[in-house]
Design a protein around this ligand. Structure first.
Ligand code: XIL
Length: 421
């Protein structure tokens, strides 16, 4: 199944064309971000810190000595991790030694989980009227048993291979589609009400330019497209989605979630316009999710801070929803670190620290929705299959493949303890 999905993704990538920025396929959006704001990692800042990569090769990873017991205990907001579950081959709920070890690390350091896939719409409601909650319920049971919380991801996402069959097959008018969308979102939100602390209600509705992803009939041919825009004959599906989410779950925080919000080259402005419009018309929205699939050297910390501040000015929560920071930028055309050296680990530690520090500086306590890292051990990262050439190191997460903590974990902890990065 996984191979099948990957092939489909690659097919969609191949069909993207040079200007494409499929959200799925260009997270951290480096190719577009670089081209448009001149702030990308492809602009000569080899590792984002101006340091030469001269550390000795470390075949097994660089491990950190931790001087704390629980990462989440250092924060006054949810500290989360994205996980595989259900039928995914790397489900954290699988039996066996590795599953046990992964759960132990998760339970030690994190107090919120996001399902990396299994709560997306095609998993929960692929055929119209037939809801399949089993896998998500198992994850929810685990989360509740461990006293953690769940961040729901995502009630609506255009990404082609995770669009449910009923949306693809739909053959009616606009109002009927919006009615069905309302039913879908309200039903799913109600099912998880009380268990889900917050939802990504709509994921990635805008292009980096700030234009809406618009509709085409066959989304496989265009990674920029949104079948929802097509079916709804315009952007009205966004407010429909938020209204339905609130109707289904009156207490969950409702987020709009996207990548490349930081460079501020159009997308963030468009999202903020949407927020202003929603607020003026009493359409519910509680926060903005910054995916933060970023690079060591891109975007700048100043831009990150400034972007958070613009959301805070509107009284909305800011949540870092999908953080990962690889040691090489796969869009830069160069390899900065041949292997995971001490220098790479240090640069990454500092970068993680600075990102969390910026979050604490820009976002007041009451508006902190939390920080979630998109995966546990380096080898599990989605970036590897989607963006990295064979042999180029990504190592974007907080744990080595043997589940030992990386310096990056210390970087996050240091920021949370307000230590210098
Ligand atoms: C990714 C998952 O991690 C992968 O397993 C899957 O193959 C593709 O989707 N932005 C999002 C997430 O909002 O849903 C994506 O997750 C990563 C980019």
């Amino acid at each position: 199944m996984k191979t099948f999905l990957l092939l489909l993704v690659m097919f969609s990538l191949a069909g993207c064309g040079s200007s494409s920025s499929d959200p799925l396929d260009t997270p951290g959006g480096p190719s577009n971000g670089n081209a448009t704001n001149g702030n990308g990692a492809g602009n000569g800042n080899s590792n984002g810190n101006g340091e030469p990569d001269d550390g000795p090769a470390e075949p097994t990873g660089v491990t950190a000595e931790l001087d704390f017991d629980h990462l989440h205990a250092l924060a006054d907001f949810p500290v989360g991790i994205a996980v595989s579950a259900g039928g995914e081959s790397r489900s954290i709920l699988r039996s066996g030694e590795r599953g046990d070890q992964e759960r132990a690390v998760i339970e030690q350091h994190f107090n919120q989980l996001t399902a990396g896939n299994i709560m997306k719409m095609s998993y929960l409601h692929n055929q119209w009227g037939s809801y399949t909650y089993g896998e998500a319920n198992a994850l929810r049971d685990y989360v509740e048993a461990e006293g953690m919380t769940l961040h729901g991801h995502a009630l609506l996402w255009h990404s082609c291979y995770q669009v449910p069959q009923w949306v693809r097959d739909f053959d009616g008018d606009r109002d009927t589609f919006l009615d069905q969308l309302t039913t879908h979102i309200q039903t799913v939100a109600a099912e998880f009400a009380g268990s889900v602390e917050s939802w990504d209600v709509v994921n990635e509705a805008f292009l980096d330019s700030g234009e809406y992803r618009t509709g085409i009939e066959n989304c496989w041919n265009d990674g920029d497209a949104s079948i929802f825009y097509e079916r709804a004959e315009g952007p009205g599906y966004l407010e429909t989605a938020f209204l339905a989410a609130r109707a289904g779950d009156p207490s969950a925080d409702l987020y709009y979630n996207d990548f490349n919000l930081v460079p501020n080259d159009g997308k963030l402005a468009a999202v903020l316009d949407m927020v202003d419009d929603f607020q003026a018309r009493d359409i519910p929205i509680d926060g903005i999710g910054f995916q933060m699939h970023i690079q060591l050297g891109w975007p700048s910390i100043n831009n990150i801070r400034a972007s958070f501040e613009q959301v805070v000015e509107r009284g909305l929560k800011v949540k870092i929803t999908e953080l990962d920071i690889p040691i090489n930028n796969p869009f830069s055309g160069q390899v900065d670190y041949e292997s995971f050296t001490q220098a790479a680990a240090d640069a990454q530690r500092r970068r993680y620290c600075q990102v969390v520090e910026a979050y604490l500086e820009a976002v007041p306590e009451t508006l902190r929705g939390g920080v979630t890292v998109w995966g546990l051990a380096d080898g599990d990262s989605w970036l590897i299959d989607h963006f990295f050439d064979d042999g180029v190191e990504a190592r974007p997460l907080l744990f080595n493949d043997d589940l030992t903590p990386k310096p990056a974990l210390m970087g996050v902890a240091d920021a949370l303890r307000e230590r210098d990065c």
